[in-house]
Design a protein around this ligand. Sequence first.
Ligand SMILES: [Zn+2]
Length: 477
Amino acid sequence: MAGAELEPVIGLEIHVQLRTATKMFCGCALGFGEPPNTRTCPVCLGLPGALPVANAEAIHYGLMIGMALESTLAPVSTFHRKNYFYPDLPKGYQISQFDLPLCSGGVLGDVNIHRVHLEEDAAKLNHAGVSGRIEGAESSIVDFNRGGTPLAEIVTEPELRSAEQAGEWLRLLRTTLRTLGVSDVNMEEGSLRCDANISLRPVGTNELGTKTELKNMNSFRFIERGIRAEVERQRALIDAGESVTQETLHFDPKTESITSLRSKEEAHDYRYFPEPDLPPIVITDAMLARASEALPELPAARERRYVDQLSLSADSARLFAWRAELADFFDAVCDSDATLDPQVAANWVTELQGRLVDEEPQDSKVTPASLAQLAALVASSTVNQGGAKQVLEQMLANGGEPAEIVAAEGLEAVGGADELAPVVAAALEANPELTERLRGGDMKPIGVIVGEVMKQTRGRADGKEVTALVREQLGLS
Ligand SMILES: [Zn+2]
């Protein structure tokens, strides 16, 4: 394979905690931020004789997710036991789904979905370091509050081709789940967690290379950086004539390093078998009708509406629809000034977003109303594009009203022949050689003259207006 051009093949597995009132198989309330081990019962602690009951609301949310992803919904699906030992799993098995998942197939954006199934979350292990209980021994503390929280696991086909595409698609999925209202989708708190399967293959071939799995990444930035680092690691191995080993990996965002968690030889044999304590889930017409009625406007529909009703460019419509925070901010900008051209509002939201690193516009010092005011100041030629961008920088740093910033910083546009004509005349006079060339029809030096005028007006003139004045003063049509 060495020498051939290689392309990454990436599939994602996403675990989503569902925002139900109670756990997946018992009546315990979900415990986020509660004192440890206060949201437990014999069922979620796996005590002998306790019997699970499937949470109808979690199944309802699962159906909504399946509908939003255009999956095929199984008329009958079953729960299986996935057997393995770990201290965060009191039963010695996790109740999950195996050969009959709730949803199969589907598509979101430009990526096909393999399946969606329901399962329960494990408890949370807190590695406490050396404790006083056992002299010198490292200890971990188990909080069973999280154990049994309903999860939907969403698995994509291996169709993503870059870290950036994976990050962008994941934002679309997060927006979709957030819009459905089925989860908090808070990545830092772990209610949306992502694993990535990564392999490389020569461009133009269909066979899959040996894959590795990057586990449990909990921010968009880490996911993109982790995938990028793993793609580069595999590329270096293949370029050096070595082979990739199938293994599970951990990406440390602090050191940008990738370490092995376990190799294929250590992989679990889960010995799935049907959960004998739970009957199959039989989906009725009433359940389908309820899920379908609960569906809100999804990103694809929002994207269409932005193009059809607001005449947004395809790029703006997609950027916003795929990221609900941007779309909500854009809607708020439009709402605060109905006279604003939606595309102009969209451009300013994009301008703002480009200046934010990991933040959403809602968390910045710029409010939708102030961004609408800034756009209006540009529309009325009170300030030009360059000046407005300086105002935006100020708003980001300190907040405040754009009109006040324009006045305080003296950023009002220099416009109209009265103000601008003498500046243009002076610039021509100061550059007699260039002026001669322009007069002779060689328009190349016009940029220098415009630049000179911009310098004299500290960027407050309008480039097009300056160009027009130069032509006028030189008698060029
Ligand atoms: Zn419980």
